[in-house]
Design a protein around this ligand. Structure first.
Ligand code: TUI
Length: 307
Protein backbone atom coordinates (compact mmCIF):
# COMPACT_ATOMS: atom_id res chain seq x y z
CA UNK A 1 0.00 0.00 0.00
CA UNK A 2 1.51 3.28 -1.16
CA UNK A 3 0.65 6.63 0.42
CA UNK A 4 2.62 9.84 0.93
CA UNK A 5 3.66 8.33 4.27
CA UNK A 6 5.32 5.24 2.73
CA UNK A 7 7.05 7.56 0.25
CA UNK A 8 8.25 9.85 3.03
CA UNK A 9 9.50 7.02 5.24
CA UNK A 10 10.68 4.58 2.60
CA UNK A 11 8.68 1.77 4.24
CA UNK A 12 6.58 -1.01 2.75
CA UNK A 13 3.54 -0.15 4.89
CA UNK A 14 2.24 3.15 6.33
CA UNK A 15 2.47 1.86 9.91
CA UNK A 16 4.53 3.61 12.59
CA UNK A 17 5.21 2.19 16.03
CA UNK A 18 4.55 4.51 18.99
CA UNK A 19 7.57 5.83 20.89
CA UNK A 20 6.55 4.32 24.22
CA UNK A 21 8.98 5.04 27.07
CA UNK A 22 10.77 1.84 28.28
CA UNK A 23 8.73 -0.37 25.90
CA UNK A 24 9.98 1.07 22.60
CA UNK A 25 13.60 -0.07 22.83
CA UNK A 26 15.81 -1.37 20.06
CA UNK A 27 14.51 -4.97 19.80
CA UNK A 28 10.97 -3.75 19.14
CA UNK A 29 12.01 -0.90 16.84
CA UNK A 30 14.16 -3.20 14.68
CA UNK A 31 11.41 -5.85 14.53
CA UNK A 32 8.77 -3.36 13.37
CA UNK A 33 11.14 -1.98 10.71
CA UNK A 34 12.07 -5.48 9.54
CA UNK A 35 8.35 -6.25 9.21
CA UNK A 36 7.80 -3.32 6.82
CA UNK A 37 6.66 -0.60 9.25
CA UNK A 38 8.66 2.19 10.85
CA UNK A 39 10.14 1.10 14.18
CA UNK A 40 10.77 3.83 16.73
CA UNK A 41 13.15 3.98 19.68
CA UNK A 42 11.34 5.86 22.44
CA UNK A 43 13.85 8.03 24.28
CA UNK A 44 11.41 8.60 27.16
CA UNK A 45 13.40 10.17 29.99
CA UNK A 46 16.74 8.58 29.00
CA UNK A 47 19.98 10.57 28.70
CA UNK A 48 21.56 11.08 25.27
CA UNK A 49 24.21 8.37 25.62
CA UNK A 50 21.65 5.68 26.47
CA UNK A 51 19.72 6.64 23.33
CA UNK A 52 22.96 6.50 21.30
CA UNK A 53 23.55 2.91 22.51
CA UNK A 54 19.99 1.97 21.61
CA UNK A 55 20.44 3.41 18.11
CA UNK A 56 23.71 1.50 17.59
CA UNK A 57 22.08 -1.76 18.68
CA UNK A 58 19.05 -1.23 16.41
CA UNK A 59 21.42 -0.67 13.47
CA UNK A 60 22.90 -4.12 14.15
CA UNK A 61 19.45 -5.73 13.95
CA UNK A 62 18.05 -3.98 10.88
CA UNK A 63 19.18 -2.29 7.70
CA UNK A 64 15.71 -0.77 7.26
CA UNK A 65 14.91 2.81 8.28
CA UNK A 66 13.86 3.38 11.89
CA UNK A 67 13.19 6.52 13.91
CA UNK A 68 13.58 7.99 17.37
CA UNK A 69 10.84 9.58 19.48
CA UNK A 70 11.82 12.58 21.58
CA UNK A 71 9.61 13.02 24.63
CA UNK A 72 9.81 16.79 25.03
CA UNK A 73 9.26 16.79 28.80
CA UNK A 74 12.50 14.81 29.11
CA UNK A 75 15.04 17.03 30.90
CA UNK A 76 17.65 15.43 28.58
CA UNK A 77 15.74 16.32 25.39
CA UNK A 78 18.45 18.74 24.17
CA UNK A 79 21.16 16.07 24.20
CA UNK A 80 18.85 13.42 22.72
CA UNK A 81 18.01 15.85 19.88
CA UNK A 82 21.75 16.23 19.19
CA UNK A 83 22.51 12.48 19.35
CA UNK A 84 19.83 11.88 16.72
CA UNK A 85 21.70 14.17 14.31
CA UNK A 86 25.10 12.64 15.12
CA UNK A 87 23.83 9.09 14.56
CA UNK A 88 22.32 9.88 11.16
CA UNK A 89 18.74 9.05 12.15
CA UNK A 90 16.34 9.69 9.24
CA UNK A 91 13.00 10.14 11.04
CA UNK A 92 12.08 11.81 14.33
CA UNK A 93 8.72 11.83 16.07
CA UNK A 94 8.10 14.03 19.09
CA UNK A 95 5.57 13.93 21.91
CA UNK A 96 4.24 15.86 24.89
CA UNK A 97 5.20 19.32 23.65
CA UNK A 98 6.19 21.64 20.83
CA UNK A 99 9.47 20.65 19.08
CA UNK A 100 9.92 24.04 17.30
CA UNK A 101 13.31 24.74 18.88
CA UNK A 102 14.85 21.62 17.30
CA UNK A 103 13.20 21.91 13.92
CA UNK A 104 15.92 23.90 12.13
CA UNK A 105 18.71 21.63 13.39
CA UNK A 106 16.85 18.48 12.30
CA UNK A 107 15.79 19.87 8.92
CA UNK A 108 19.38 21.01 8.22
CA UNK A 109 20.47 17.41 8.89
CA UNK A 110 17.89 16.11 6.36
CA UNK A 111 15.79 14.45 9.05
CA UNK A 112 12.06 13.91 8.45
CA UNK A 113 10.25 15.46 11.40
CA UNK A 114 6.85 14.13 12.45
CA UNK A 115 5.49 15.79 15.60
CA UNK A 116 2.72 14.02 17.50
CA UNK A 117 -0.06 16.57 18.01
CA UNK A 118 -3.35 16.56 19.87
CA UNK A 119 -5.01 19.63 18.32
CA UNK A 120 -5.62 21.38 14.99
CA UNK A 121 -3.78 24.46 16.27
CA UNK A 122 -0.54 22.56 16.94
CA UNK A 123 -0.83 20.66 13.63
CA UNK A 124 -0.99 23.99 11.74
CA UNK A 125 1.87 25.44 13.77
CA UNK A 126 4.01 22.37 13.02
CA UNK A 127 3.26 22.54 9.30
CA UNK A 128 4.36 26.20 9.26
CA UNK A 129 7.51 25.26 11.19
CA UNK A 130 8.48 22.74 8.49
CA UNK A 131 7.14 19.38 9.76
CA UNK A 132 7.02 16.67 7.06
CA UNK A 133 3.87 15.04 8.48
CA UNK A 134 1.99 14.97 11.77
CA UNK A 135 0.70 12.16 13.93
CA UNK A 136 -2.80 13.15 15.11
CA UNK A 137 -3.16 11.30 18.40
CA UNK A 138 -6.60 11.07 19.98
CA UNK A 139 -7.32 10.60 23.68
CA UNK A 140 -8.00 6.88 23.18
CA UNK A 141 -4.21 6.51 23.18
CA UNK A 142 -2.19 5.32 26.15
CA UNK A 143 0.12 7.56 28.17
CA UNK A 144 0.11 11.34 28.01
CA UNK A 145 -2.95 12.50 26.06
CA UNK A 146 -4.86 15.56 24.85
CA UNK A 147 -8.64 15.93 25.01
CA UNK A 148 -9.93 15.33 21.46
CA UNK A 149 -10.84 11.88 20.13
CA UNK A 150 -9.23 10.28 17.08
CA UNK A 151 -12.57 10.11 15.23
CA UNK A 152 -13.21 13.85 15.58
CA UNK A 153 -9.66 15.21 15.40
CA UNK A 154 -8.18 13.33 12.43
CA UNK A 155 -10.56 14.71 9.75
CA UNK A 156 -10.26 18.22 11.21
CA UNK A 157 -6.46 18.07 11.01
CA UNK A 158 -6.66 16.54 7.50
CA UNK A 159 -8.72 19.57 6.43
CA UNK A 160 -6.41 22.05 8.17
CA UNK A 161 -3.01 20.99 6.79
CA UNK A 162 -1.54 19.90 3.43
CA UNK A 163 1.15 17.59 4.87
CA UNK A 164 0.27 13.90 5.41
CA UNK A 165 -1.63 13.00 8.59
CA UNK A 166 -0.95 9.77 10.48
CA UNK A 167 -3.77 8.71 12.81
CA UNK A 168 -3.13 7.38 16.31
CA UNK A 169 -5.15 6.51 19.40
CA UNK A 170 -7.50 3.55 19.46
CA UNK A 171 -6.09 1.79 16.39
CA UNK A 172 -5.20 -1.86 16.93
CA UNK A 173 -6.32 -3.89 13.91
CA UNK A 174 -7.18 -3.75 10.21
CA UNK A 175 -10.58 -2.21 10.91
CA UNK A 176 -8.97 0.65 12.79
CA UNK A 177 -6.43 1.07 9.99
CA UNK A 178 -9.19 1.18 7.33
CA UNK A 179 -11.26 3.61 9.42
CA UNK A 180 -8.24 5.92 9.73
CA UNK A 181 -7.87 5.91 5.93
CA UNK A 182 -11.57 6.80 5.59
CA UNK A 183 -10.96 9.80 7.87
CA UNK A 184 -8.29 11.00 5.45
CA UNK A 185 -5.18 9.73 7.24
CA UNK A 186 -2.38 8.30 5.10
CA UNK A 187 -0.87 6.14 7.81
CA UNK A 188 -1.36 4.94 11.37
CA UNK A 189 0.71 4.88 14.53
CA UNK A 190 0.07 2.05 16.96
CA UNK A 191 1.43 1.63 20.47
CA UNK A 192 -0.64 -0.70 22.63
CA UNK A 193 -0.73 -3.51 20.04
CA UNK A 194 3.07 -3.44 19.73
CA UNK A 195 3.47 -3.49 23.53
CA UNK A 196 2.52 -7.18 23.44
CA UNK A 197 4.73 -8.10 20.47
CA UNK A 198 6.98 -11.13 20.97
CA UNK A 199 10.02 -8.96 20.27
CA UNK A 200 9.03 -6.33 22.88
CA UNK A 201 11.03 -6.79 26.09
CA UNK A 202 8.00 -5.56 28.04
CA UNK A 203 7.58 -7.73 31.17
CA UNK A 204 5.19 -10.70 30.72
CA UNK A 205 2.94 -9.29 33.48
CA UNK A 206 2.54 -6.02 31.56
CA UNK A 207 1.68 -7.88 28.35
CA UNK A 208 -0.80 -10.04 30.27
CA UNK A 209 -2.43 -6.94 31.80
CA UNK A 210 -3.08 -5.60 28.27
CA UNK A 211 -4.24 -8.95 26.90
CA UNK A 212 -6.67 -9.48 29.81
CA UNK A 213 -7.96 -5.88 29.83
CA UNK A 214 -11.63 -5.33 29.07
CA UNK A 215 -13.11 -2.35 27.20
CA UNK A 216 -13.80 -0.37 30.40
CA UNK A 217 -10.56 -1.10 32.26
CA UNK A 218 -9.00 2.13 31.01
CA UNK A 219 -8.57 5.10 33.36
CA UNK A 220 -7.20 8.66 33.03
CA UNK A 221 -5.09 9.94 35.89
CA UNK A 222 -3.82 13.50 36.37
CA UNK A 223 -6.79 15.26 34.77
CA UNK A 224 -7.16 17.65 37.73
CA UNK A 225 -3.65 19.05 37.17
CA UNK A 226 -3.80 19.26 33.40
CA UNK A 227 -1.49 16.24 32.87
CA UNK A 228 -3.85 13.49 31.77
CA UNK A 229 -2.24 10.08 31.41
CA UNK A 230 -4.20 7.04 30.17
CA UNK A 231 -3.47 3.78 32.00
CA UNK A 232 -5.05 0.45 32.87
CA UNK A 233 -6.81 0.55 36.25
CA UNK A 234 -5.00 -1.10 39.19
CA UNK A 235 -4.23 -0.55 42.89
CA UNK A 236 -1.97 2.38 42.04
CA UNK A 237 -4.57 4.23 39.93
CA UNK A 238 -7.30 3.68 42.55
CA UNK A 239 -5.04 5.29 45.15
CA UNK A 240 -4.04 8.07 42.73
CA UNK A 241 -7.61 8.95 41.79
CA UNK A 242 -8.72 8.84 45.45
CA UNK A 243 -5.97 11.34 46.35
CA UNK A 244 -6.83 13.43 43.29
CA UNK A 245 -10.47 13.64 44.42
CA UNK A 246 -9.28 14.68 47.89
CA UNK A 247 -7.43 17.60 46.28
CA UNK A 248 -3.83 16.32 46.51
CA UNK A 249 -1.19 18.67 45.11
CA UNK A 250 0.54 18.07 41.78
CA UNK A 251 3.85 17.44 43.60
CA UNK A 252 2.27 14.87 45.92
CA UNK A 253 0.79 12.98 42.97
CA UNK A 254 4.03 13.22 40.98
CA UNK A 255 5.90 11.70 43.91
CA UNK A 256 3.42 8.80 44.01
CA UNK A 257 4.11 7.93 40.36
CA UNK A 258 7.88 8.48 40.32
CA UNK A 259 9.56 5.53 38.59
CA UNK A 260 6.32 3.54 38.43
CA UNK A 261 6.27 3.12 34.63
CA UNK A 262 9.69 1.48 34.79
CA UNK A 263 8.49 -0.65 37.71
CA UNK A 264 5.61 -2.02 35.62
CA UNK A 265 7.38 -2.41 32.25
CA UNK A 266 10.72 -3.72 33.48
CA UNK A 267 9.96 -5.39 36.82
CA UNK A 268 6.42 -6.53 36.07
CA UNK A 269 4.84 -4.85 39.09
CA UNK A 270 1.46 -4.20 37.49
CA UNK A 271 -0.20 -3.69 40.90
CA UNK A 272 1.80 -0.73 42.19
CA UNK A 273 3.30 0.28 38.85
CA UNK A 274 1.84 2.41 36.04
CA UNK A 275 0.49 0.37 33.13
CA UNK A 276 0.17 2.89 30.31
CA UNK A 277 -2.01 1.53 27.50
CA UNK A 278 -4.71 2.79 25.15
CA UNK A 279 -8.44 2.08 25.21
CA UNK A 280 -7.91 -0.48 22.46
CA UNK A 281 -6.31 -2.84 25.04
CA UNK A 282 -9.68 -4.61 25.32
CA UNK A 283 -9.38 -5.71 21.69
CA UNK A 284 -5.87 -7.11 21.98
CA UNK A 285 -6.01 -10.81 22.66
CA UNK A 286 -2.62 -12.36 22.02
CA UNK A 287 1.12 -11.98 21.73
CA UNK A 288 2.39 -12.20 18.13
CA UNK A 289 5.53 -11.25 16.29
CA UNK A 290 5.59 -7.80 14.69
CA UNK A 291 5.55 -9.47 11.28
CA UNK A 292 2.40 -11.45 12.13
CA UNK A 293 0.69 -8.33 13.50
CA UNK A 294 1.53 -6.12 10.53
CA UNK A 295 0.67 -8.74 7.88
CA UNK A 296 -2.65 -9.48 9.62
CA UNK A 297 -3.56 -5.79 9.94
CA UNK A 298 -2.68 -5.03 6.32
CA UNK A 299 -4.56 -8.05 4.93
CA UNK A 300 -7.67 -7.15 6.94
CA UNK A 301 -7.44 -3.46 5.99
CA UNK A 302 -6.92 -4.18 2.29
CA UNK A 303 -9.96 -6.51 2.21
CA UNK A 304 -12.11 -3.81 3.85
CA UNK A 305 -10.83 -0.96 1.71
CA UNK A 306 -11.37 -2.97 -1.50
CA UNK A 307 -15.02 -3.70 -0.66
O1 TUI B 1 3.74 11.95 24.34
C1 TUI B 1 2.82 11.15 24.21
N1 TUI B 1 2.60 10.16 25.09
C2 TUI B 1 3.34 9.93 26.21
S1 TUI B 1 4.71 10.76 26.70
C3 TUI B 1 4.82 9.84 28.06
S2 TUI B 1 6.06 10.05 29.25
C4 TUI B 1 5.16 10.54 30.57
N2 TUI B 1 5.30 9.81 31.65
C5 TUI B 1 4.64 10.15 32.75
C6 TUI B 1 3.80 11.22 32.78
C7 TUI B 1 3.61 11.96 31.67
C8 TUI B 1 4.32 11.61 30.52
C9 TUI B 1 3.84 8.93 28.08
N3 TUI B 1 3.03 8.98 27.05
N4 TUI B 1 1.98 11.23 23.17
C10 TUI B 1 2.07 12.28 22.23
C11 TUI B 1 1.24 13.42 22.66
N5 TUI B 1 1.63 14.65 22.63
N6 TUI B 1 -0.01 13.34 23.13
C12 TUI B 1 -0.40 14.61 23.40
C13 TUI B 1 0.65 15.43 23.08
C14 TUI B 1 0.73 16.85 23.17
C15 TUI B 1 -0.03 17.56 24.10
C16 TUI B 1 0.09 18.94 24.20
C17 TUI B 1 1.61 17.54 22.35
C18 TUI B 1 1.75 18.90 22.46
C19 TUI B 1 1.00 19.57 23.38
O2 TUI B 1 1.09 20.93 23.52
C20 TUI B 1 2.19 21.55 22.94
C21 TUI B 1 2.34 22.95 23.36
O3 TUI B 1 3.26 23.19 24.16
O4 TUI B 1 1.56 23.77 22.88
Amino acid sequence: MKTRVTELLGTKYPIIQGGMAWVAEYHLAAAVSNAGGLGIIGAGSAPGEVVREQIKKAKELTDKPFGVNVMLMNPNADEVAQVIVEEGIKVVTTGAGNPAKYMQMWKDAGIKVIPVVASVALAKLMERAGADAVVAEGMEAGGHIGSATTMTMVPQIVDAVDIPVIAAGGIGDGRGFAAAMMLGAEGVQMGTRFCVATEAITHANYKEKIIKAKDIDSEVTGMSHGHPVRVIRNKMTREYIKLEKEGASFEELEYLTLGTLRKAVMEGDVTNGTVMAGQIAGLISKEQTCQEMIEEIMAEAKALLNK
